[in-house]
Design a protein around this ligand. Structure first.
Ligand code: CU
Length: 152
């Protein structure tokens, strides 16, 4: 190979290795009260938590994933004319020095295509991804179908 091609290859390798391989952990967001309502069979499960933003800037939750589920979506439950429906949500803002709540009847993580067994009492890893490219891995406590919160 000619030297200038080798140089181009070396530059390409150097550029590739400079790209971030892993998203940086979010230092701004904390999760509390994280739990999953486990429904029987192949029904989707729902994940709930309170997301706290300790920083001076709004942080947007844009997606999530989990080794226990093939697909995780951000949803919002809305009631129109007495009928409850779920709508996909592109992003959820966590205000600066504030919080965003995912709870039954409102925002939630829709956990679909269960890939691992999830039983009440288990702790399930879910990674939250934010608009700034950071992410946060947290453990959600699996709870039975009739649970109304992380306890009770
Ligand atoms: Cu949903």
């Amino acid at each position: 190979m000619r030297p200038n091609i080798l140089l181009a290859l070396a530059t390409a390798v150097a550029l590739a290795s400079a790209l971030p391989v892993h998203a940086k952990d979010s230092a701004a967001v904390r999760v509390s009260g994280a739990w999953i309502r486990v429904l029987p069979g192949s029904l989707p499960n729902a994940g709930y938590a309170v997301l706290h933003n300790d920083s001076n800037q709004v942080v947007d939750l844009v997606s999530a994933d989990s080794p226990a589920y093939g697909r995780v979506m951000l949803h919002k439950s809305v009631e129109t004319g007495g009928v409850s429906r779920m709508l996909p949500v592109k992003q959820l803002a966590i205000p600066a020095h504030g919080k965003a709540t995912l709870a039954p009847g409102g925002y939630h993580l829709m956990l679909m295509q269960r890939a691992l067994p999830v039983k009440p009492g288990m702790r399930v890893k879910i990674r939250l991804h934010f608009a700034d490219g950071s992410m946060l891995e947290s453990e959600f406590l699996a709870r039975p179908a009739n649970a109304t919160g992380i306890s009770g």
